[in-house]
Design a protein around this ligand. Structure first.
Ligand code: FES
Ligand SMILES: [Fe+2]
Length: 410
């Protein structure tokens, strides 16, 4: 390791005094990697041994075109709702919210941002439906409370619907010859289900199969129909940062050695494959010897590897993290230009022993939140310009940015 730039000399090679920024060049034979270490208190930092985990031999690196104001701009924040989120697939609910026949449940899709009022019903045959929870007469919210129900009757002027969404009657319109017409029935929301998870989309956009297929191909062999909700391991976090900064942090494993000491000890970071396809980024975490890993069928593309976890991100705001014990679903919910809420929903495979160490997911999340909030404070600097991305390690961020640029026509 060679100290390349600004730092005070005269210290032992293993200790460096930070003045503002210290730049390391790793591995004399590699040319593409530079790691920065900053220290606000000008303290003495030991040179971390784990820096040698990060290897690369790239000779060029790209910059993202997204500037610092992207992460606080109110107009862009509003535009993203229309152009990115409404035409994208959003996680609606998991298998724990499936309804028996003759039940209804109102909920809000992406509360705090899309705020779409939705109505889930299960009709008398047990068939599932998802509608806008809006009366087709004059827009009243149709259902306020979950529970058993045989017919829907709007509490404003009495318009009546079946649980399959058919408008049946309304006081005062019985003699109108073309009533009810198609426009009087409840508006169905486009819905798809995969692995017991239900997704909804408000505006036309990417086909569901294009969106989900890369995941199906990799983890379709898992017993997804046995996933059981683990409420004791499901939480919501508030982060003082733009939703896209949270996603970017997720999309790279480069920070793991620096930010997540426990995860660093569990993963073999000498390899950290990143694959970008369509609307998906997959990062594959390889297990160290002492860590549990998946048992893979011989035909699986990762057969022969010790997989600790597959970390899938689906454009724009969903993460599906598969572990040998189950699934950790993370939903990133924009809550303002510089605020987000992160929903962690955990599912375990029924009958599978083991699980995450107590608080492991929680601790990792707090470490991520802390660094993302610091980045939010940093990118507001008038002097900030995006730096070069580390090839391989940060390809997922570039892929995310390309998708954003395409949707927003930037
Ligand atoms: S708004 Fe529902 S009946 Fe009038
Ligand atoms: Fe992280």
């Amino acid at each position: 390791m060679k100290i390349k730039s600004i730092c005070e000399s005269g210290l032992p090679a293993s200790r460096i005094r930070c003045i503002s920024v210290v730049i390391f060049t790793l591995h004399p034979n590699s040319h593409g990697i530079q790691m920065r270490s900053t220290c606000e208190n000008a303290c003495i930092l030991p040179v971390p041994k784990y820096l040698c985990m990060i290897r690369n031999s790239a000779t060029s690196a790209l910059r993202t075109p997204l500037p610092g104001h992207f992460y606080r701009d109110e107009d862009l924040y509003r535009r993203m709702k229309q152009e990115v989120f409404l035409p994208s697939w959003q996680f609606a609910f998991g298998p724990e919210s499936r309804l028996p026949a003759n039940q209804v449940r109102p909920f809000t899709l992406l509360p705090g941002y899309l705020d779409e009022p939705m109505l889930q019903t299960s009709d008398e045959h047990g068939a599932a439906h998802l509608f806008a929870n809006v009366c087709t007469h004059r827009g009243n919210l149709l259902v306020r409370k979950a529970g058993p129900c045989k017919h829907l009757v709007c509490p404003y002027h009495g318009r009546r619907f079946s649980l399959a969404g058919q408008c049946q009657s309304q006081p005062g319109l019985g003699a109108v010859p073309d009533f009810p017409a198609q426009e009087d029935h409840l508006h169905h929301t486009e819905t798809s289900t995969w692995g017991g998870l239900t997704f909804a989309r408000i505006l036309p956009g990417m086909p569901f199969t294009d969106w989900i297929n890369p995941i199906q191909e990799r983890v379709g062999f898992l017993p997804l129909d046995t996933l059981v909700h683990a409420p004791e391991m499901s939480h919501e976090y508030k982060v003082k940062a733009n939703w896209a900064l949270y996603v970017e942090n997720y999309l790279e494993g480069l920070h793991i050695p620096f930010v997540h000491p426990a995860l660093r000890d569990a993963l073999d970071l000498t390899a950290y494959p990143v694959e970008t396809t369509g609307y998906t980024v997959l990062q594959t975490g390889l297990a160290r010897e002492h860590e549990p890993s998946f048992t893979l069928p011989p035909t699986h593309p990762d057969h022969g590897k010790r997989i600790y976890a597959w970390y899938f991100w689906l454009f724009p705001n969903l993460m599906l993290n598969f572990y040998p014990w189950g699934l950790s679903l993370n939903l990133v919910q924009p809550a303002g230009p510089m605020k987000s809420r992160i929903q962690f929903v955990t599912y375990r495979f029924a009958g599978v022993e083991g699980g995450p160490h107590t608080h492991a997911l929680h601790d990792t999340e707090l470490e991520d939140e802390s660094i993302v909030e610091t980045v939010q404070a940093g990118v507001r600097s008038s002097l900030y310009k995006p730096g070069r991305m580390v090839p391989g390690w940060e390809d997922g961020i570039l892929h995310f940015h390309q998708l954003l640029i395409r949707h927003l026509a930037l």
